[in-house]
Unconditional design. Structure first.
Length: 131
């Protein structure tokens, strides 16, 4: 007879917290300050990149129509194309950009919380000054 062998799948790899990183934040040491500054730098970079995408997308439309004047005479469903793009479709675009920013910012905060050894709570930022 053949022996049965049980195979267990390996657990997902988890980010190992830095030893003492949470204590560094609580005690407000230079290392804790550097960790917080790094999180702020990453969040600022994300915000600036997304703002640039929005500015190019929405700011480029008037430029496009000034360089291509025939585009202002195009109608879609009885509505002029510039009105449709700038007056109607810009709002769902902005809402989508806000949603993307929120998801990416929460991911950055979850990575930071994992780095310092605290589980991230959905929709909240890690507490830095309490234990």
């Amino acid at each position: 007879m053949s022996d049965r062998v049980r195979v267990d799948l390996a657990a997902h790899r988890r980010v190992r917290p830095r030893p003492g990183a949470h204590d560094e934040l609580v005690d407000q040491t230079a290392m804790g300050d550097a960790l917080v500054r790094e999180l702020m730098r990453v969040q600022l970079g994300l915000a600036l990149r997304l703002a640039a995408v929005v500015a190019v997308a929405l700011g480029g439309l008037p430029l496009l129509f000034s360089l291509w004047p025939a585009g202002t005479h195009v109608s879609v469903a009885g509505m002029p194309l510039p009105w449709l793009l700038l007056g109607v479709l810009s709002f769902p675009f902005l809402a989508g950009a806000g949603l993307v920013y929120t998801r990416l910012a929460e991911r950055n905060e979850a990575d930071f919380a994992a780095l310092v050894g605290r589980p991230a709570e959905r929709g909240t930022t890690p507490e830095l000054s309490s234990r």
